[in-house]
Ligand binder design. Structure first.
Ligand code: HEM
Length: 427
């Protein structure tokens, strides 16, 4: 079966068909507002169908619960992610991989990554110096690169010229462009992904001579130990690392950026972090991530499956993608969810919210079988980074109004639409 082949078999009964388009069909001013408009017109379950792309959106409590319960072998997140990412990334990045992002969080891995984070923060603070001005999201992105590359490629990839070259290359080879700038994907296709292919070769060239450490980077090398051809082995290792880094770049640095932005607007929480309250820091990180979510959650139907939205049970054939969109639920599924309140979280669980029809209507890291395996690591990393930065510096926001997300973005944690400068001075 071709996953992108023409018009699929209809859903039975036929759901309302919205006239709206998604940003990779045609230009839309605001992707989230567009889907919201379709929902206002057609109710909680409706289809958006264009050319080779066929989505069944659902937003009711039962529909969203049924969505999270879909089995991977009939309605696949892996395939949905791949179909999204391949708009931006070269096929060669996916072919023959031996170390996949789902295997990054085995026992002891997180402790190893957090040790790399401490080292990355040491370098970050040294680079920042006594005082200056920096864009919040540039700062967190560079930190994310340093943390990720040290963790998956070994410390040699996180320093000196190798690091600087990799930062430039990975900023081109950024898979999240597929959902942050979906409107740019037609141009990427038209170019034959020329820039991305060149960036991938640059990544391979930089990574090939580097030695691994004991941790995950050693595991990547071990996965290729039985490859007799030296060049194929080295290239395979480099491509494994490239895919791990591209996958890990999707959300963490952006979520940390919003967490800092929100923290600087809430002096009482800032004071608690400066007093070393890491538990509060973790809840701040979770709350900022909830508010910054722009994720489209998608499952590509591979075998006939039914979806009960509480009113209607739809028989959904292969060729459709079942989806829901977090920004249309996270802040509006019940009254009181609009504002930033870290104490609405009890560790990783949302405390009971009056009027919320299902706890699955709100999330930062997902529900069910595909819940983010990196959640504990990400929250620990964000908390540590926030505490270290606010302990080291007085930070003064230089933005006028609250930073806004990129309007076309449909997926992942929001990216800021414009500069988010902050002035800092050592405390
Ligand atoms: C603040 C940072 C992060 C956020 C908000 C986040 C969010 C999410 C969400 C919402 C899902 C579920 C998507 C769905 O059900 O369709 C997910 C899955 C996943 N995330 Fe994360 N993520 C973050 C960081 C990371 C990092 C750093 C990594 C890897 C290094 C990672 C790897 C994964 C993987 C492999 C899955 C798929 C799990 C599966 O299909 O079983 N995430 N993430």
């Amino acid at each position: 079966m071709r996953l992108d082949a023409g018009v699929p078999t209809p859903i039975v009964p036929v759901p309302p068909l919205a006239a709206q388009a998604l940003p990779w069909h045609r230009e839309v001013a605001d992707a989230v507002a567009t889907v919201a408009e379709a929902r206002r017109e057609h109710g909680d379950t409706f289809a958006i169908s264009h050319d080779r792309d066929h989505y069944l959106f659902t937003f009711s409590a039962s529909g969203v619960e049924a969505f999270y319960a879909l089995p991977e072998d009939v309605a696949s997140k892996g395939v949905a992610d791949y179909l999204m990412l391949r708009r931006k990334l070269p096929d060669s990045l996916f072919e023959g991989r031996r170390t996949l992002p789902g295997t990054l969080f085995r026992r002891d891995d997180v402790a190893d990554y957090l040790a790399h984070l401490d080292a990355a923060l040491d370098v970050t603070l040294a680079e920042m110096g006594e005082r200056g001005e920096v864009d919040v999201f540039d700062l967190t992105r560079r930190l994310g690169h340093r943390l990720g590359l040290a963790s998956w490629a070994g410390t040699a990839a996180a320093r000196g010229e190798a690091f600087e070259r990799l930062v430039v290359a990975f900023d081109v080879l950024d898979g999240s462009d597929a959902f942050v700038h979906p409107d740019a994907m037609a141009a990427v296709a038209a170019s034959g992904k020329a820039a991305e292919l060149a960036a991938l070769e640059e990544v391979v060239e930089v990574l090939v001579p580097l030695a691994p450490d004991d941790g995950l980077s050693g595991r990547v090398h071990a996965a290729w130990a039985d490859e007799p051809d030296d060049a194929a082995r080295r290239r395979g290792i480099a491509l494994d690392v490239a895919l791990l880094h591209v996958a890990s770049m999707s959300n963490l640095h952006a979520a940390l950026g919003w967490a800092l932005v929100d923290l600087l607007s809430h002096p009482a929480s800032l004071a608690r972090l400066r007093a070393g309250d890491t538990d509060h820091a973790s809840r701040c990180a979770l709350e900022s991530t909830r508010l910054a979510q722009r994720s489209i959650m998608a499952r590509t139907v591979l075998a006939p499956v039914s979806l009960d939205d509480g009113t209607t049970t739809y028989a959904v054939p292969p060729g459709w993608t079942i989806a829901t969109l977090l920004p249309l639920l996270n802040t509006s599924a019940a009254p009181g969810l609009e504002g930033w309140d870290p104490d609405r979280w009890d560790r990783h669980r949302l405390r009971d919210v009056e009027g919320l029809a299902s706890p699955r209507l709100v999330t930062a890291f997902g529900h069910g079988r595909h819940t983010c395996p990196a959640q504990p690591f990400s929250l620990a990393a964000m908390s540590t980074a926030m505490v270290r930065l606010v302990e080291a510096y007085d930070l003064t926001p230089l933005w006028g109004s609250h930073p806004a997300p990129v309007p076309a973005q449909i997926g992942g944690v929001a990216r800021a639409a414009g500069p988010v400068p902050v002035a800092y001075a050592a405390r």
